[in-house]
Structure formats: structure tokens, C-alpha cells
Design a protein around this ligand. Structure first.
Ligand code: G
Ligand code: G
Ligand code: MN
Ligand code: NA
Length: 250
């Protein structure tokens, strides 16, 4: 298709933009890091979101070059951040299924100033639909090098507990759907509490996503979440704005 052909040029013309959504500590409100989110600024179609962008890339066989491009741009930006801030990167199941992924990724990061410990790799449960054994082996290798891993969109899909048993994880990112209605909705709150108890038992750091109001933020803090991100305080933004926010946010 025409979009698939356009994508090859887009990579050359720097039409792929990387925005960052800040993440805050529940306890202090400080900015602790940001998640890189890709956008395609298409010359005639306007802004194309990451989901559509990666769908086009998959059809064009360009997931790996697109990802490398996004990661390189994100690293370039994150190199200007204070040492304490982490960078979260979304990794597609397709990439994780590639036996060369761990080595290629480690080499790419090795060229940057960013220490592996500052990087959080976000994966989704779609990895099970691909090759779970390969994904586990890649994640183990990367964690061995100091990278950290998070299960993204937790609570949005089928939430098979098998992921929690099999994937080597440092963190859980609760999907927006998991925090909707909390704390007024008793069922939603009970589910959140059970997940928090499970996360604590497994030693997982917990991020809450999609926080849009103060009551919700206070509730997830009371339930023991560590970090949050959401429109309440910050939409995805250019790197310079993350820096400014990190300097001012208490
Ligand atoms: O920000 P947005 O609504 O476009 O994000 C849609 C989805 O695309 C999210 O699930 C997000 O994790 C994913 N996404 C955003 N940027 C990237 C990226 O650079 N790589 C991958 N693999 N996924 C991304
Ligand atoms: O799947 P992933 O968690 O990576 O997707 C992140 C997506 O969620 C991004 O597209 C981001 O713009 C969006 N997002 C982040 N915070 C909020 C929020 O508070 N409300 C809503 N509706 N979407 C959000
Ligand atoms: Mn994510
Ligand atoms: Na999510």
C-alpha cells in the first residue's frame, strides 16, 4: 500500500517524532522518568498514532528499522536528562521474537550515554501469541545486563497469570481500565487491592497508567502504587518539556 511505501521515506525524512509522557512518584510527586511514544507526522495525512504506525510497519516489514529509529531518537533526547530519570521504551512482540533482538538492542544502547539500569522495557501480553520461550530468553539476557522490564497494559487484555509466572519482570503497568472508577466503584477497588497484594508478593514495582483525576491519584497512592502517569499532570510531550517539568515538579 501507499502508506507502506511512505514509511521508508518517513524514516529518512525524520517524520517520525518521539514524544515522552512523564512518570511521577506517588509518594513525592517528583518526575522519575518518561515513556517514549512514537508518532508519524505524515506530510498529507497529519499525525498518525503509534498503533497505526506500527501496524503499517508490520505490513511493510519495517518494524525493526522503525524501532531502531525510535530508540535512537529517544536515547538522543534522554541523554540530556538528569541521571535519575528513567526512559521507558515499548518493545513489540515481533522484536522480542527475533533471536538477535537482545544482542542488537544491547549494542544500540551501548553506543549511548544511558546506563542499562535507566531503561525500562515495556512488553505486552501479546508476547504469548508469538514465541514465549524466545521472549523469556531475550528478557533474561537483557535483565542480566541490567535492563529492567515491565508488563504493560496489565488488566486490559486477557490478563493470563501465566505471564506473571513465566516472564522475568521488574514492574507491572496497570492499564487505564484497571484504575477506572477507583475508589468509588467497590468492585474496581477490590480488584486493584488484589492485584497490589499480588505485585507486592512478587516484588514488582507498580505503575498506574491513565490517571486523569486527583481522587484516582490519591486512591492508587493509598493502595501502594509506586508511580503513575496520566493526563492529570502530563500528556506525551517533547523532551525539552520533560526536562522543564522535572526541574519544577515537586
Ligand atoms: O501514544 P499512543 O496512543 O499512540 O500509543 C498507542 C500504543 O502504541 C500504546 O500501546 C503504546 O505502547 C504503543 N507505542 C507507542 N510508541 C511506541 C513505540 O515506539 N514502539 C512500540 N512498540 N509501541 C509504541
Ligand atoms: O499501551 P500504552 O500504555 O503504552 O499506551 C499509552 C497510551 O495511553 C498513549 O497513547 C498515551 O497517550 C495514552 N494515555 C496516557 N495517559 C493517559 C490518560 O490519562 N488518559 C488517557 N485516556 N490516555 C492516556
Ligand atoms: Mn507502554
Ligand atoms: Na498501558
Amino acid at each position: 500500500g501507499v502508506l507502506e511505501a511512505d514509511l521508508l521515506c518517513a524514516l529518512d525524512r525524520r517524520e517520525i517524532e518521539v514524544l515522552f509522557q512523564p512518570q511521577f512518584a506517588c509518594a513525592s510527586g517528583a518526575v522519575v522518568g518518561a515513556e517514549a511514544l512514537a508518532r508519524w507526522r505524515h506530510p498529507t495525512l497529519g499525525s498518525i498514532g503509534a498503533r497505526d504506525l506500527f501496524a503499517v510497519a508490520e505490513r511493510a516489514g519495517l518494524v525493526a528499522p522503525l524501532s531502531r529509529h525510535v530508540v535512537a531518537r529517544a536515547l538522543e533526547d534522554a541523554a540530556t536528562w538528569p541521571e535519575g530519570l528513567t526512559l521507558s521504551l515499548n518493545i513489540t512482540p515481533e522484536e522480542l521474537g527475533d533471536p538477535r533482538f537482545a544482542a542488537d538492542f544491547a549494542a544500540l544502547i551501548g553506543q549511548s550515554e544511558i546506563a542499562p539500569g535507566r531503561l525500562m522495557l515495556e512488553i505486552t501480553e501479546d508476547v504469548l501469541l508469538r514465541n514465549l520461550a524466545q521472549a523469556v530468553s531475550a528478557l533474561k539476557a537483557l535483565r542480566g545486563l541490567g535492563f529492567r522490564t515491565a508488563l504493560d497494559d496489565f488488566g486490559a487484555g486477557f490478563c493470563n497469570f501465566r505471564y506473571l509466572r513465566e516472564l522475568p519482570l521488574d514492574a507491572l503497568k496497570l492499564d487505564k481500565a484497571m484504575v477506572e472508577g477507583v475508589p468509588a466503584d467497590g468492585t474496581a477497588l477490590a480488584v486493584l487491592r488484589a492485584i497490589m497484594a499480588l505485585a507486592r508478593a512478587l516484588g514488582l514495582t507498580v505503575y498506574a497508567e491513565g490517571i486523569e483525576d486527583e481522587i484516582q491519584r490519591a486512591a492508587i497512592t493509598a493502595e501502594g502504587c509506586d508511580y503513575w502517569q496520566g493526563f492529570l499532570r502530563a500528556q506525551p510531550m517533547p523532551s525539552a518539556n520533560v526536562l522543564a517539568l522535572a526541574r519544577t515538579a515537586r
